[in-house]
Unconditional design. Sequence first.
Length: 560
Amino acid sequence: MATPTDLDPVLADLDQRLRAALAAAELPDADPDFERPRDPDHGDWATAMALRLAKPAKRNPREIAQAVVDALELPDAVSSVEIAGPGFLNFRFGDAYWHDVVVRVLDAAGSWGRTQAAETEKVNVEFVSANPTGPLHAGAGRWAATGDAIAELLSAVGHDVEREYYVNDAGEQVRLFGETVALVHAGEALGEDHYKGDYVTELTGELAEEHGDLAALDADALGALAVEAMRVHIEESLEDMGVHFDTWFSERQRLHETGAIEDTIADLRERGVTRENEGALFLRTSEHGDDKDRVLVRSDGRPTYFAADCAYMRDKWSRADRLYYLLGADHHGYVARLKAAADCLGIPPEALEIRIGQLVNLLRSGEPVKMSKRAGEFVTLTEVVDEVGVDVARYHFLRQSLDSTIDFDLDEVTKQSSENPVYYVQYAHARIASVIAKADDEGFDPGKPSDDLDTSVLTTAPEIALLRGLAAFPGVVDEAAEQRATQRLTRFIEEYAAEFQRFYTECRILPPASEGGVDALAGDEAATTLARSRYWLAVAAKQVLGNALALLRVSAPESM
């Protein structure tokens, strides 16, 4: 994770000056480890380095703090330093700093908030990966939105990210799906184990139209066609939600047909991490944190699903530096065996990251939603997105930690009011756009931010909050990426939208029409300076809000 000094050149300069002051005061070196005070009245940044040095220096922390201040030469952008409490050093940044931040935001435009990690990696993010024997259910939207946003956040801090969907298109389920289609095509009754729902009838009709008489195909061949057709439908459903996968990894084509599973088993044998028992081959996963050894090859010579999982992990490891799995709560018991498999394959523990997300309860007015007629046993993701819209679905799926179960109420999430967070933040962005457009339409000349922006006149609480948010945004993005926490970004968006609403209420850019509007500024240099500074602050705030929403792949409308 990047530190504040990595993200802010002024803090990086202040860091070096503090270390020089420590040396001049004959004190041990220490990392300032800057933090933002909770109360803005306490300054813009603070360090507790004096408290941490008290024990090794054997001195009172306030004495240490005073010695540092006496030897410290502040950067031009830092206006003051104060000693507070038991020995905190609180720094206040001056007008030059805030002017520079606004200009940097405007110059960076859509890239503001995106940074470059000290060490970048090739990261494979695998998510959703639902079986291609039916449409995606509504809960899959959480994995789709979250995996996509996490991938975007990782890209935003400089990593090379590959979004991947593992297509489980081999094995008994494919044959059974083909058998289901054959029975539907022949008009025969389905058994208990066959797939149910109107989607099977629809899919059968599509296949018959494209391939003719399906009776000429056996269950395996028909299953392969049906699975691929369903995969295409899944891809379309995800694309409709704004989720694009770089790689659709076919288990059948890339593991079974290439011999990758056999190669992986041979590799594991050579590593000495397998054992045989009663004709079956086991992986010694119990020696690597699993609760028992796992079968790789059955006694009849057939490899297991776990063998395919190992081969898939080995393939991914050949293409990436870090493997990220996003799994549902129903896969909780699978974590230990995946980690054990990675260890057996020689993959470093820190390179494997597995996150478990809790499930989604789909409600309407507080009551569970009845099953879909089309899917047979669940409500599809497409049905939900069609009803509530892409932005609403994505944003609400991203607002909560993966550790929390989501109650997704179709009636509540579509209420177009200020109590609905997605509409609240989008309306804030649209309002900023409206304020800027109104000033432009009235012929207001904002000048140039590099020349006509004076942050010294921005003194109200809403103005200062917007300025602080501009500077804080790259750190928020970095933290959200490091913690894989999309809710960290939504919290920032909602708080920043609220700060702009305060700004809009308390800080007019132009006098109202009843007071002469833009004409009232003529000849009033102070009023013009304030209007120009507020104008550019609003433009920068709009940029940050738009950039934040873009990282979540949620639209930032110009009007609503």
